[in-house]
Design a protein around this ligand. Structure first.
Ligand code: ADP
Length: 400
């Protein structure tokens, strides 16, 4: 058995999966939520068994100890499973990390140094790394960066037209995000279609609460919609995505919004939530179908931006072989997929109405047989991708 422990440590939560790599089977997984609040929630799943409890979880060290207790009480025992590596999701690797990296003191310092570029994420990611290295002191830990897949973007695609001196001094450029998912999905699409990954041109639409599009040319990201931070690009659950930056000057000058007010407004109070009152696409589509005008308009604004990026990436790729949908919305919303791809037959993009509506687990094709561009739904799996890359970085084979 070759087992990998995957850790995704966020600001108030710790997610983990223990994966047996020979068949990529999840031995157990868990979620520790509301770290730092008065009452936290802990869930541990092993097969069909599920254990849940509530207790106060002071910090990430405490969360990690609770995870270890979960394994001790509900299994599998760490003594039996013996993970060979711990893979960590790290959001921001800047232009410093181009792939999975074995963590040492220097790498920890680099992740810390990149906190200003991802203040909401890199700090909590690092807290998870430190807690894990304390408990698993004798096995390698690997950092898998969300940005790494996008380090192949050209300078033309990743620099803003911002004063170059300022941009370089403060490291302002497009780093993108969701890279682990874009890589996993584009690779899985190639495998599903039995096409060589290094030849396939794919538009990946990772549409969840956070959302980003990516143009993948022969396995390399050549453009992506998130920017220096995950705020840019598509309309999201609570984020504006693209907006004229002068709106911020206007709100500051006319309405006295502070930087923190603007941050909250654009990141937490806008997007579908700010347009319709809910960030859940299920509710928005249901309300729109029932004739709610705000919901209908919110949905149209959401789809308008999606179409803008799809068109842009079809040009960037000089035509695509595949459009792959993933994320909570991308995998489940028949209506968003239908509206986003409407009227694209002239581009060779033909959605099959019946296939779009059919619900099935796993990868499925939803284009017509005659569609030049194959349209797929590909359930993403960032944990498996992190586990694969972590193992690869250590050089240990998946089956021993
Ligand atoms: P995150 O970005 O937080 O990882 P997910 O990828 O899990 O988010 O997506 C969550 C979102 O997926 C929900 O907010 C909801 O809008 C959407 N969603 C989930 N299930 C459905 C469904 N059956 N139909 C439409 N949208 C759905």
């Amino acid at each position: 058995m070759t087992v990998v422990l995957v850790v995704n440590s966020g600001s108030s939560s710790l997610k983990y999966q223990l994966i047996e790599m020979s068949d990529e089977r999840v031995l157990a997984s868990g979620l520790i939520e509301r770290i730092g609040e008065a009452s936290g929630v802990v869930t541990h799943k092993r097969g069909d068994e599920r254990a849940e409890r509530e207790l106060e979880i002071g910090d990430h060290d405490a969360a990690f100890d609770i995870m270890m207790q979960n394994f001790a009480e509900h299994g599998p025992s760490m003594d039996d499973a013996k993970p060979v590596v711990v893979g960590h999701r790290i959001v921001q690797g800047g232009r410093r990390f181009y792939g999975p990296t074995i963590i040492d003191e220097k790498v920890e310092m680099d992740i810390e140094e990149l906190i200003p570029l991802a203040p909401l994420h890199n700090g909590p990611n690092l807290a998870g790394v430190r807690a894990a290295r304390r408990v698993f002191a004798n096995i390698p830990h690997v950092a898998v960066f969300d940005t790494a897949f996008h380090t192949t973007l050209s300078d033309a695609a990743s620099y803003y037209a911002l004063n170059r001196e300022v941009a370089d001094k403060y490291r302002v450029r497009k780093y993108g995000a969701h890279g682990t998912s874009h890589k996993y999905v584009s690779e899985a699409a190639a495998e599903f279609l039995d096409r060589p990954y290094d030849e396939l041109r794919t538009v990946v639409l990772h549409i969840g609460n956070g959302a980003s599009a990516c143009a993948v040319d022969g396995g390399k990201s050549i453009d992506t919609s998130m920017g220096m931070t995950p705020l840019e690009g598509l309309v999201m659950g609570t984020r504006t995505g693209d907006i004229d930056p002068a709106v911020l000057f206007h709100l500051h000058r006319k309405a006295g919004y502070s930087v923190d007010d603007l941050d909250r407004l654009l990141n937490k109070q806008s997007g579908l939530l700010g347009l319709t009152g809910t960030n859940d696409v299920r509710d928005v589509t249901a309300r729109a179908a029932a004739g709610d005008e705000a919901a209908e308009l919110g949905l149209e604004i959401y789809v308008h931006r999606l179409r803008h990026y799809i068109g842009s990436y079809l040009v960037a790729l000089q035509g695509a072989d595949v459009i792959a949908w993933c994320g909570g919305v991308g995998e489940n919303s028949v209506e968003v997929r239908k509206r986003a791809l409407a009227g694209m037959e002239w581009l060779g993009v033909e959605l099959d109405a019946e296939r779009n509506e059919a619900r099935r687990d796993g990868i499925r094709e939803i284009s017509t047989d005659s569609s030049r561009v194959r349209i797929l739904v590909v359930p993403t799996n960032e944990e498996i991708e992190i586990a694969r890359q972590s193992l690869e970085a250590t050089g240990v084979p998946a089956a021993q």
